[in-house]
Ligand binder design. Structure first.
Ligand code: F6R
Length: 362
């Protein structure tokens, strides 16, 4: 049931404030972060391996920043289809987490089985809790997104991010990197996030107008730095899978090492730039693109857009947000731009060509 929306994808984007709240509620007991049994003892774990495909892989890439920066826990991230063929050594103190909306992705399952007798603990971050990946794991961490029907993953992505962030906060506390007060502060920030996401939905009108213009492009670039780099990758994936426009993402600082050769006035460049510690650097990369005639869509908050100065082609003003929460909030413009571009092109948004919701072959 599309509940009055034109597509499941639109409904699932709009549902995010509610499902994020539900996911958060499920992981708190008496004000503390509570994991399902048997839990995960982060004071004993020495490293994390995160494995997934597609959008879930980008959630893992984002989480690497959280685990490493907040908890100082080393993280390796792999696409599942590559993982086991590399025959990676898994050292004894490793927890391996497999992130999958469906819980049935063949490559992710095969990677899990590779880790079975090698990793200390196997965890599943899944939406479908009765799935194979969940059944074969020691610990099941549900993302509580509810059924996701649109082939392009939206609410599952932000719920995956939320659960991974909760784990990172727990790890930071267990490893003595956040004291009780600092943890309480972070938790309060996270609890306020669904409200911010709700405010963020107000960009939809502006997004629709911009998307009409994007729909005429043949190629689109996404840029992000630091923790926004994986989100740029997710934005490009979302756009190409439903609008069929070629899109690529680069770490902002990598642009001048080759891809800037692609830039001319026909290539829109979408810059994901919340006002974090890397903002000035991102803006200077953006100006390099502008100097070559590139058309910039700047996604930041109102102050960031003002500080970035004149000359951008379009901008989208997001609510202000703590930088470590920005990937979850900025998933919205990534999703809405892809959605409205696809609608403007008249593609089959919920059932894009050549794609299946659950990929059960390798
Ligand atoms: C993109 C998308 C896919 C899935 C990928 C993994 O919008 O939906 O990239 O994220 O196929 O699927 P799951 O999470 O079910 O393992």
């Amino acid at each position: 049931d599309k509940a009055g929306y034109k597509h499941f994808m639109a409904k699932e984007i709009a549902e995010q404030p509610a499902v994020l709240t539900r996911a958060l509620d499920a992981y708190f007991a008496d004000g503390a972060i509570a994991l399902p049994e048997p839990g995960l003892d982060f004071s004993r774990i020495e490293r994390l391996t995160l494995v997934a495909c597609g959008t879930a892989f980008y959630a893992c890439l984002t989480a690497k920043y959280w685990f490493e920066q907040l908890a100082r826990l080393p993280v390796e991230v792999d696409v599942a289809s590559e993982f086991r063929y590399r025959e990676p050594p898994i050292s004894p103190g490793t927890a391996a987490l497999f992130v999958s909306q469906s819980g049935e992705t063949a490559d992710t399952l095969a990677a899990l089985r590779y880790c079975r007798d090698r990793a200390e603990t196997i965890g599943a971050v899944v939406n479908v809790t009765e799935s194979t990946i969940a059944r074969e794991s020691d610990l099941v961490l549900p993302i509580h997104a509810g059924a996701e029907i649109g082939v392009a993953s939206t609410k599952a992505f932000t719920c995956q991010l939320t659960v991974l962030l909760l784990l990172a906060l727990r790890a930071a506390h267990a490893r003595g990197r956040l004291d009780d007060a600092a943890l309480a502060d972070k938790i309060a920030g996270l609890r306020a996030l669904p409200g911010l996401v709700n405010h963020g939905l107000a960009i939809e009108e502006a997004t629709r107008d911009i998307a009409r213009r994007l729909s005429e492009a043949r190629d689109i670039l996404f840029l992000g730095r630091g923790i926004m780099y994986p989100l740029a990758l997710e934005g490009a994936l979302k756009l190409k899978e439903i609008s069929y426009i070629h899109a690529e993402a680069y770490a902002s600082g990598e642009l001048k090492h080759g891809p800037i050769a692609l830039v001319d006035e026909h290539v829109p460049v979408i810059v994901m730039a919340p006002r974090d510690g890397l903002f000035d650097k991102t803006i200077s990369n953006m100006q390099e693109v502008m100097a070559r005639g590139g058309r910039i869509l700047l996604v930041s908050d109102a102050t960031g857009i003002r500080e970035a100065g004149d000359g951008v082609w379009q901008s989208l003003a997001m609510p202000e947000v703590d930088p470590w929460l920005a990937p979850i909030l900025y998933a919205l413009p990534a999703q809405l731009l892809a959605y409205h571009t696809a609608v403007a092109k008249g593609t089959d948004v919920d059932q894009p060509r050549n794609l299946a919701k659950s990929v059960t072959v390798e």
